[in-house]
Structure formats: C-alpha cells, structure tokens
Design a protein around this ligand. Structure first.
Ligand SMILES: Cc1cc2nc3c(=O)[nH]c(=O)nc-3n(C[C@H](O)[C@H](O)[C@H](O)COP(=O)(O)OP(=O)(O)OC[C@H]3O[C@@H](n4cnc5c(N)ncnc54)[C@H](O)[C@@H]3O)c2cc1C
Length: 529
C-alpha cells in the first residue's frame, strides 16, 4: 500500500490546481485521475472541442433528464485537466454579487474581496493592466479572442445599437454590457489546468500523478477519512493519506463517490445497500446548471465557422493553425457575450447571451450546419431550478441518476423569454441584420410565450456548468463548511465546482480554478497551524 501526505482524487480544473499548489510545500502529494494522459492532439487544438463532446475515452458521457422526457447529453472531461481539457475555454469570472451572495449565505471568507486575490493569483493576462482586478505571472494563460470573422464585430456593434454598453474587459470592473470573449489559451494551444498548473509542478519529485486510476471508495476509520481505494489497470489498490484526502471529482463524481462511500442522505444510502458513515442530507442535492435556448440565423454575405470547418476552407485553416498559429482552429465556440438584466429590478445581470459565428445541426450532435449561420445561446445565468444527482447502486461503475429539473421554476422561464426578446432585438439591428436572411431557430412563426416555451423545452440544452451538489455552508443541506471540510468527517475536503452554493454569472471554469487556489491555501494554513 502506498502512502502520501495528501491524496487528491480527480485531476480536473480544481484538482490540478490543488495538487500543484500543495506540492509547493514539499509535502508528498498523489493525484489520482480516472482518465488517461492528455496526449490526444484534439485536446490541445481549441476547435477540437467538437471532437471531444462525446469522445468515447476522454469523456464520461453522462445523460441527464431533460424537459419533455428528453435525455440530454452531459459531457465531462476524463483525462488530465478534466473538463478544462474538453471545454469551450471561455474565461469568465462571474459577477462580484455572486461571491458576496455566497458570503451572505454564511460562506465565511468567500466575498468578492476575499476571492479576487485568488482569481488574480491564478492567471497571466498580458493585457491585464488594471492591477486591482487582473493578474500577471500566474500559471493560467488568459488571452483575448483573436478576431478572424467580421460577424463577431458586427454582433458587438449591433448589441451596442440595442443599448448594451461595450466593455473592453468583461472580467474587469464592470460585467454588464457586451464584449469579446477571453480564453484560457497558451498561444494557439488550449490552456487546460493540466497544461498550466500541473505542467509547472510535474518536475517536483514529491508530486506523483497516477492516470487510469479510478477511485472506487473512500476509506474511513470511524469518522476520519484515511485513504482511497482505486482500480488501476485491472488491479485493486489502496492509498493512505497521512494528512488529508481531497475530493476534486467534479459536480457529478464528487457527490457520487461520497454517496457510494457512505456519506449522503441515510435513507437513500440504505435503499441502495451502502452502510452509512455520515447522514448528510445535501450530498447530491442543490444541483444547478446553465440551460440554454438558441436563436439562430442563416447568414449571407459573410463567412461563418460552418464554412471554415469544411473542405478546402478547413484545409486552409489547418495550415494556418500549424504555420502561423492563428485562425478558426484557435478558438472554441463563443466569441462575444452580453451580460444583462432580465428586468430593471434585478441588481446584477441574470442573463448571458453567448454569440457564436456558427450554427448547429439539430439532427446531429456536435455538428455544424452546411450553410452559413450564427447563433446566440440565451442563458438564464442565475437559475432558480434545482435538481439532484443520486447513486443508483453501490457499484462505483454504475452512472448516477441526474435530474436537473430544468425550467421547473417559473422564474427561469421568464428570464429565458426576456433573453430571447433581447436577442431578437440585437439581431434586428442593421450591423448584424444585413447578414441575416432569416431566423432559422426558433423561426419567425414562433412568437407567443407558449410557443417560445415549448420551443425552449423541446430544443434547449446544457452549456455544461453543473455545480452545487456538495454545497458549502452551514445548516442541514450543506455538505462542506467554509474551509471546504466535509461536515462531521475529519481529513476530507471537497474542492471543485460542486461546492458552489449557487451558480456564478457566467461560465464556471475560472471560478472553479479560484476555488482550487483558495482551497489549497486553506489546507496549507490548517496544516501549518
Ligand atoms: C464540453 C464543456 C464545455 C465547457 N465550456 C466551458 C467554457 O468555455 N468556459 C468555462 O468557464 N467553463 C466551461 N465548462 C465548464 C468547466 O469546464 C467546468 O465547470 C470545470 O471544468 C469543472 O471543474 P471540476 O474541477 O469541478 O471538474 P472536472 O474538471 O470535470 O474534473 C474532475 C476530474 O476528476 C476525475 N474523476 C472523477 N471521478 C473520479 C474518480 N472516481 N477517480 C479518479 N478520478 C476521477 C475526472 O476524470 C476529471 O478529470 C465546460 C464544460 C464542458 C464539459
């Protein structure tokens, strides 16, 4: 049996940060990752996301219950870097109100003023001259979107004409308005946490990374977590943690591993034959996700990614990528964003409109349409609907039941409707309207609230931001305390997107990396005392 000071389960957005930072202290750190090394080329080419969305090896390929009895595909990265190795690479911190809200809910030390230093510490943003907000010198390379398609400029002009203020830096002082996307990218290559944090730390002898090692149970002595059982290359193994076990398996796998190890709602654990170690009601509850409804247009008179991703044009883009390192292959999907409020009573944005100079083939998952198109994904970014993730059995290899209950709260429907209205207003402005021949989705015939709601339920999808299933805080539904320690258990923390009490106003990778930074600092401080 091997032993280490710290055992980190999951080398994803947060796990790589935690392992890298803990290894700075000289402590023995072992990082267990269920997936393989991140050696596949598609991972490193930003546009490769389309090849990774349902990759049979590098993706967990979960299925969630959607509205109207639909099943919705839920990708999650299964390789070094986790979901940061397969994501759209958007760098979005969220709104100060998100973190101040966490603090008000009882998460001590998580207000915006508390977390800002960790956002700054993690990043290297070359254009980040506003030193109060942005960081330079951190492992995570953040870059501005590099423009190759005029459609994105035109969308930004149109949004301004529709009344949205232009923001040079959507991660700076003000979030509300329209601006270009920023991405976690190293030059032309994807900047996952494996290729940034972990890469810098890998030379340290005290950090050991085990890939294709699936943690199957946490090991307890009484209420102390002392190690992890895992399977690697067909062999059952166990590793002991002298100081702590850190669970960074992400918003699906962390609550699942806790449940099958005996930490969760006692009645449910008993019903699936798992002996109860701690009755924690909240494990797997409080699930929140970003559910989007798309508005698409047929484009004429300008090129979209649809054309660039096929035939001769694609060959040109591939050559451009490998020679000069720019072009369509260097960005993920969304090139511009609007943050706005669904109604004036809201004190901060509750809507994100994500613009992509491309359009999707609804019949084939992850495929772009043949003809040129452009799309806005309308996202109620602070949803009120809540769901659950529950183990179906004690078997670590059986996927859990995922029920997000999308649009179950009427408030989310109202915000979605407002977002579709705002999007239509932007697309009606001349700078972008001149390139549209028709609204293809939902289409001009769909106008009434009922028709739009049907459309949202029938065609909406996830943009892959599940959080909240090991909620931080106090009270019966909280799973971890403000120092991310599992309530009632010693030697065990959860550090990943699952600890967020509420979703942030935007994409979740940057906030998860911040949680990794802050969590690692807490471990260092608590173990130095
Ligand atoms: C397709 C896609 C696109 C996205 N686009 C964006 C975007 O553009 N911008 C943005 O900000 N966010 C985006 N996100 C969301 C963002 O990437 C996630 O919120 C973030 O990566 C979550 O980090 P995490 O550390 O919680 O989990 P993950 O990064 O998913 O890491 C969990 C890791 O743990 C491993 N693991 C799980 N269980 C076990 C086990 N039992 N044993 C061993 N290892 C285990 C997994 O294999 C994985 O490597 C996207 C996500 C996806 C899937």
């Amino acid at each position: 049996m091997i032993e280490a000071d710290y055992v980190v389960v999951g080398a994803g957005s947060a796990g790589c940060v935690v392992a890298a930072r803990l290894s700075e202290t000289g402590a023995q750190v072992v990082l267990l990752e269920a997936g393989p090394k991140d050696s596949a080329l598609w991972i490193h080419i930003p546009a490769g996301i389309l090849k990774l969305l349902d990759h049979p090896v590098l993706n967990w390929n979960y299925a969630a219950a959607g509205p109207n009895q639909r099943s919705i595909h839920w990708p999650r990265g299964k390789t070094l870097g986790g979901s940061s190795s397969i994501n759209g690479m958007l760098y979005v911190r969220g709104n100060p109100a998100d973190f101040d809200g966490w603090a008000q809910m009882g998460c001590r030390g998580w207000s915006f003023d508390d977390v800002l230093p960790y956002f700054r510490k993690s990043e290297h943003y070359k254009q980040g001259d506003d030193a109060e907000y942005r960081g330079k010198g951190g492992p995570l390379k953040v870059e501005d979107y590099r423009t190759i398609l005029p459609l994105t400029h035109k969308f930004i002009e149109a949004a301004q004409e529709a009344g949205h203020v232009f923001r040079k830096d959507l991660n700076g002082r003000e979030q509300e308005g329209v601006g270009y996307s920023q991405m976690t990218r190293r030059g032309r290559w994807r900047g996952s946490t494996a290729q940034t944090f972990l890469r810098e730390a890998r030379s340290r002898d005290n950090l050991r990374v085990e890939t294709e090692a699936l943690a199957s149970r946490l090991v307890f002595e009484g209420t102390r977590c002392v190690g992890v059982k895992y399977r690697q290359y067909g062999q059952e193994q166990e590793i002991r943690a002298r100081k702590e076990v850190i669970l960074s398996g992400g918003a699906i796998n962390s609550p699942h591993l806790l449940q099958i190890s005996g930490i969760g709602p006692a009645a449910h654990l008993q019903s699936i034959g798992v002996p109860v170690v701690a009755d924690l009601l909240g494990v797997g509850g409080n699930l929140q996700d970003h559910y989007v409804t798309r508005v698409s247009h047929r484009v004429s008179g300008s090129v979209s990614i649809n054309t660039l991703s096929r035939g001769i044009a694609l060959a040109g883009q591939v050559a451009r990528f490998f020679t000069v390192g720019n072009g369509a292959l260097t960005f993920g999907v969304t090139t511009a964003q609007v943050f706005t409020r669904s109604s004036p009573e809201k004190s901060s944005p509750d809507l994100q409109l994500l613009f992509t100079p491309a359009s999707y083939d609804n019949q084939k998952f992850g495929t772009l349409e043949q003809q040129d198109g452009m799309t806005v994904a309308v996202c109620p970014v602070r949803p009120d609907s809540r769901g659950t993730i529950m183990a179906r059995s004690a078997d670590p290899w059986e996927k859990p039941l995922i029920q997000p209950n999308y649009l179950s709260d009427p408030a989310d429907m109202r915000v979605t409707m407002a977002g579709v209205r705002f999007t239509r207003e932007i697309f009606a402005q001349r700078p972008i309207a001149q390139f549209s021949t028709v609204e293809t989705m939902p289409g001009p015939a769909i106008q009434t609230e009922d028709a739009l709601l049907d459309y949202a339920k029938q065609t909406g999808t996830t943009i892959y931001h599940p959080v909240g299933t090991c909620r931080m805080g106090d009270g019966p539904s909280a799973v971890v305390d403000s120092r991310l320690r599992v309530h009632g258990i010693h030697g065990l923390r959860v550090i990943d997107a699952s600890v967020m009490p509420t979703l942030t106003t935007g994409n979740t990778n940057a906030p998860t990396i911040m949680i990794g930074e802050k969590g690692a600092d807490m471990i260092k401080a608590d173990n130095a005392a």
